[in-house]
Design a protein around this ligand. Structure first.
Ligand code: PLP
Length: 384
């Protein structure tokens, strides 16, 4: 054959791969089919967009984590929330969304779903199952939960809400990112769809985006998978590989985040600058009883309400930190801090915290060093 042809067609023979610990990263859009009949055989994988070796391995591992074989992957955590909502909602439906939800979830509901004839009402996270279901009407198709809220850390009685919604034929969807799929098992408590941002603790290294949705209901599972086809989303094989690598150490990392987080939280509780700490694993927290009943542990993310002080002092506190990075997201090995008040303005029901709210993500550093860093922050706050 001509050299042009030989250069294009050489080296393509599939050699049998050596057996490594981890799955191969198979990159491919086109999938070569064995024969003509297979091209239109719905039972055969025929296009790389649905995910090849590493996404399939990640799905299998997440199935173990989530307790359901039905796991759909999305290119980000937000895409998992929006994709799952688009899969189950239609024009004329109404969604009840918890007021403490991740802010971009609100943005999707307010800016996007409205254009497709889906309305959203926000409900107070403190509502119990009866009060919440009393809000539901004939158009209510879905209730969105998030517990604890990832800025304000309110707990919800998820099993009771799921049971009451199931009895009314209303679907439930939870953003389970705080529990990382490990500390709380929504599907075992009757929730229809459990979503998490794998970007956070599953990835664990602040270096890639992905989300997942899982369900026990095979019909909903098909709808989730079909919606991915419909909108044409796909996850990268390299990112799926990175997520799988993170997942291997999830159950080892999380207890350290919890322990470090609680050490810092208890130190903060004693500080004169602090009004209270929002952390459901602390016995003083209003959500503690539910957390203790339903969760097997805590992660490293919690809130700190300061005593009333100026925005200038809050900025001085944050700017004095040298170990804590100032940045959004969380779940990586490193500690992060943000101030939350600008985000809280979007809440439907105004919050009445004593003072400014900070959010800390406690990483895997030694807690003594993190406390020393926060001491620097407190000193700067005092002199600002
Ligand atoms: C970060 C986050 C998401 C979105 O995840 P991305 O991968 O960043 O899109 C969703 N919910 C919660 C609670 C989050 O913290």
């Amino acid at each position: 054959m001509d050299e042009k042809t030989r250069l294009i067609r050489s080296g393509l023979q599939a050699q049998s791969l050596a057996r490594t610990v981890n799955p191969p990263i198979q990159r491919g859009s086109t999938v070569l089919m064995p024969n003509a009949a297979a091209l239109y055989d719905d039972n055969q994988l025929s296009y790389g967009i649905t995910g090849l070796s590493s996404p399939a391995a990640l799905q299998a591992a997440l199935a173990e984590l989530e307790g359901s074989p039905d796991v759909t992957l999305y290119p980000s955590g937000l895409a998992a929330i929006t994709g799952a909502m688009m899969a189950v909602l239609k024009a004329g439906d109404e969604v009840l969304v918890v007021d403490s939800a991740y802010k971009p979830t609100r943005r999707f509901c307010d800016r996007f779903l409205t254009r497709f004839g889906v309305t959203t009402r926000y409900y107070d996270p403190s509502l119990d199952a009866d009060a919440l279901l009393a809000l539901a009407g004939p158009k209510t198709r879905l209730i969105l939960l998030e517990a604890p809220g990832s800025l304000t850390f309110e707990m919800q009685d998820v099993p009771a809400i799921a049971a009451a919604a199931n009895a009314r034929g209303i679907l439930t969807l939870i953003d389970n990112t705080w529990a990382a799929g490990l500390l709380f098992k929504p599907l075992a408590h009757g929730v229809t769809i459990s979503v998490q941002a794998l970007t956070k603790y599953v990835g664990g290294h602040s270096d890639c985006f992905m989300g997942s949705a899982t369900t026990m209901d095979p019909v909903i599972g098909d709808e989730l998978g079909n919606a991915m086809w419909d909108v044409g989303w796909s996850v990268s094989p390299d990112d799926a590989y990175a997520m799988l690598r993170g997942l291997r150490t999830l159950a080892t990392r999380l207890p350290r985040h919890e322990e470090n987080g609680l050490a810092v939280a208890r130190w903060l509780q004693q500080r004169p600058e602090v009004a209270r700490v929002l952390h459901p694993a602390l016995p003083e927290d209003p959500g503690h009883a539910i957390w203790k009943r339903d969760f097997s542990g805590a992660c490293g993310l919690f809130g700190v309400v300061l005593k009333p002080t100026s925005q200038k002092s809050v900025h001085a506190f944050l700017d004095a930190l040298t170990l804590f990075g100032l940045g959004f997201s969380w779940g990586g090995y490193e500690s992060l801090a943000i101030h939350c008040d600008p985000q809280l303005k979007s809440r439907s029901k105004p919050l009445n915290f004593e003072g400014p709210l900070l959010r800390l993500h406690i990483g895997l550093e030694a807690p003594g060093d993190l406390i020393a860093d926060l001491e620097r922050g407190c000193a700067a706050l005092a002199t600002a």
